[in-house]
Design a protein around this ligand. Structure first.
Ligand code: MSP
Length: 516
C-alpha cells in the first residue's frame, strides 16, 4: 500500500468561496477519493490563509474591528462550504493555528541557520491583491497587471531577505531531472525562464505595524513573516512539522500540490528554494541519503470566467458553489466543471452550458440508461437482475477501467469522465441496436444476457464514477438494490459478475428534467 498526500492552496478569507475555488477543491477531492479506492493511505489537506493584509482590509470594509473573530468566522464559512459540497478533506489548516505558528518559527530558524536570511531595506511596490512584491515587468500604467483596479503600495521599510539566488542552479537542475514536477508540461519552460532570468533574493518579512497581522519573526517582534513564506509552510505544519516528527516523516513529501495557474511560481520556485535552504539544518526535510525532500508534483489548472467575465465580488458574479444544490444538484456542477474544460486550460462557466450538459449528458446518456435498463429488466427478467452470464463485452469494461485509472493518475478528471461517457453511449447503442423490447418475443434468453451485461456495466460505471460523482455513484448503487460501502476498494468491486441475481427496486429518475 502506498501513501498519497494531496493539497489545495489555502484560500484567503477576504471573501467567501466561489465556484472558481470550488473547482480546485473538487479536483483535489476527486483525486483523494480515487487514491482511497485504490487502497492508498491518503491525506487530503485544505485550509485558509489568514495572515494576509487583504483579510484585514476586508474586515475593515465590513465595519469590524475584532480580527480574530473575523478570521474565525470566515474560516468557518470556508470549512462549512466544503462540508456542504461533499469535499472529503482530512484536515483543515488555518495559518493562525498554534501548530502552524510553531512550524513557521522552526522553519525560519532552519533557514536562518543555513545563513540564508539577511537584513535589508525594501524599496519598491507591493500589490496586496497578489500579496507580492512587484518589479517592473509585473506593472503596466503603474498598476499590477493582475489587479488593475487596485493602487500599488509604495514600500520603503526594513525587511529580512531570503538568499534565493543561492538556489537558482539547484532549482533548474531539479526541474530538468524531474519531468513530472511541473504539470502541465507547457508550464515548465515558463518557470525555467522565470528562475533563470528573475529569481533572486527576495524579502520575506514585513513591518508588523504596516501589515496588522502575521506571525512574528523569531527574535524580532517588529517584523512579521511575509504571508507567502508563512502560507507555503502550511503544507508542512498540517502533517506534524514542528509538532510531531514521526507523523511528519510519514507524509512528507507531498505527492501533489494542486494549484491555479496564478500561483505556480510560488509553488515551483519559491517553495522548493525555501525547502532546499531549511533542509540543510533540519533533518526531517531530507531523505536518508541527505537529499532534500521536495514535493513530487505541482499541477496547475486554468481559470474559469463566469459568462465570459472575470469572477469577482465587485462584478457580483462570485457564485457560491452551493447555489445549484437545490436545482441541478452538486454532482451536476461537479460534472459540468470537471468536463467543461480540459484540465490545465481556461474555460467559461455558463448556466446555459450547465443546463445543456445536465439535460443531455447526465439526464439522457446516464439517467435514461439507468432508468430504462432497470425498467426492462424488471419486465423481462422476472422482476429483477437475471443470473450471471459470460459476455464478450466485458473486455471493454476492463479497458475503460484501465483508461480511467491512467487518466486519474495523471490528475485528469476530464479525461476520466470522457472515457466513462463513451462507455455509457456504447451501452445506449446496444439497446438501440438490439431492441430488447422486440427481441424478447423471439429470444427471451438473449434479452436476459443483454440485460445482465447492461446492469453489470452500470455497476462498474457506478464504481468508476465514485471519485468523480460520489452522490450519483451512490444513487446508481441504490437503483441496483445495492449499498455502496464508504470503504469500497476498486480491486474488490471491479470484478466481472459480482452483481448477483435478485429483485430490482422500481427506478426513479436520477436527473429529473428541469425546465428553464
Ligand atoms: N492564499 C493563496 C494561496 C496560498 S497556497 C500556499 C491564494 N489564495 S486565493 O484565495 O486567492 O485562492 C487561489 C486559488 O483559488 C487559485 O490558485 C485557484 O486554485 C483558485 N481559483 C480562484 N479563482 C479561480 C477561478 N476563477 N477559476 C479557477 N480557479 C480559481 O492565492
Amino acid at each position: 500500500m502506498s501513501r498519497y498526500y494531496i493539497t489545495t492552496p489555502i484560500y484567503y478569507v477576504n471573501d467567501k468561496p466561489h465556484i472558481g475555488h470550488a473547482y480546485t477543491t473538487m479536483v483535489a477531492d476527486v483525486l483523494a477519493r480515487f487514491h482511497r479506492v485504490r487502497g492508498d493511505e491518503t491525506f487530503f489537506l485544505t485550509g485558509t490563509d489568514e495572515n494576509s493584509q487583504k483579510n484585514v482590509q476586508a474586515m475593515e470594509k465590513a465595519g469590524e474591528s475584532d480580527l480574530s473573530a473575523y478570521l474565525e468566522r470566515m474560516a468557518g464559512i470556508w470549512q462549512q462550504t466544503w462540508r456542504d459540497t461533499g469535499i472529503s478533506f482530512d484536515d483543515f489548516i488555518r495559518t493562525t493555528d498554534e501548530r502552524h505558528i510553531k512550524a513557521v518559527t522552526r522553519f525560519w530558524k532552519a533557514v536562518q541557520a543555513s545563513g540564508d536570511i539577511y537584513e535589508g531595506e525594501y524599496v519598491g511596490k507591493y500589490c496586496t491583491g497578489c500579496e507580492a512584491f512587484k518589479n517592473d515587468s509585473d506593472i503596466i500604467d503603474d498598476r499590477c497587471v493582475l489587479h488593475p483596479n487596485k493602487a500599488l503600495d509604495e514600500l520603503k521599510e526594513k525587511n529580512y531577505f531570503f538568499r534565493g539566488s543561492r538556489y537558482r542552479e539547484s532549482l533548474l537542475e531539479f526541474i530538468d531531472q524531474h519531468d513530472d514536477f511541473i504539470l502541465p508540461a507547457e508550464r515548465k519552460n515558463e518557470i525555467r525562464n522565470y528562475i533563470k532570468d528573475h529569481f533572486g533574493d527576495f524579502s520575506i518579512s514585513r513591518e508588523a505595524k504596516a501589515v496588522g497581522v502575521g506571525i512574528p519573526v523569531p527574535g524580532d517582534e517588529s517584523q512579521v513573516v511575509y504571508v507567502w513564506f508563512d502560507a507555503l509552510i502550511n503544507y508542512l505544519s498540517a502533517i506534524g512539522y514542528g509538532t510531531d516528527d514521526a507523523v511528519f516523516t510519514k507524509w512528507w513529501p507531498a505527492d501533489l500540490h494542486l494549484v491555479g495557474k496564478d500561483i505556480i511560481k510560488f509553488h515551483c520556485a519559491i517553495w522548493p528554494a525555501m525547502l532546499l535552504s531549511a533542509a540543510q539544518h533540519d533533518d526531517v526535510l531530507r531523505d536518508k541519503s541527505g537529499k532534500t525532500l521536495l514535493p513530487k508534483r505541482v499541477h496547475a489548472h486554468g481559470f474559469f470566467t463566469m459568462d465570459g467575465q472575470k469572477i469577482s465580488k465587485s462584478l457580483g458574479n462570485a457564485i457560491d458553489p452551493r447555489e445549484f444544490e437545490s436545482s441541478y444538484g452538486l454532482d451536476a456542477v461537479r460534472y459540468y466543471m470537471l468536463r467543461e474544460i480540459s484540465f490545465g486550460s481556461d474555460g467559461d462557466f455558463s448556466r446555459t452550458r450547465l443546463h445543456e450538459r445536465y439535460t443531455a449528458e447526465l439526464g439522457n446518456t446516464l439517467g435514461n440508461l439507468v432508468q430504462r435498463t432497470i425498467a426492462m429488466s424488471r419486465k423481462y427478467c422476472d422482476g429483477g437482475i437475471p443470473a450471471i452470464v459470460e459476455w464478450d463485452g466485458k473486455e471493454d469494461l476492463e479497458k475503460r477501467r484501465h483508461d480511467v485509472t491512467e487518466a486519474l493518475l495523471a490528475d485528469r478528471a476530464d479525461l476520466a469522465l470522457e472515457v466513462i461517457w463513451e462507455g455509457l453511449m456504447k451501452a445506449n447503442k446496444l439497446i438501440e441496436d438490439t431492441q430488447p423490447f422486440k427481441l424478447v418475443k423471439e429470444d427471451p434468453e438473449q434479452v436476459k444476457q443483454i440485460m445482465y451485461w447492461l446492469l453489470e456495466s452500470l455497476r462498474w460505471y457506478a464504481v468508476l464514477l465514485y471519485p468523480l460523482l460520489p452522490t450519483t455513484s451512490q444513487k446508481i448503487f441504490h437503483a441496483l438494490g445495492l449499498d455502496l460501502s464508504q470503504n469500497m476498494r476498486w480491486d474488490e468491486e471491479l470484478v466481472w459478475g459480482k452483481l448477483a441475481s435478485g429483485p430490482l427496486p422500481e427506478p426513479t429518475p436520477l436527473f429529473p428534467r428541469i425546465e428553464v
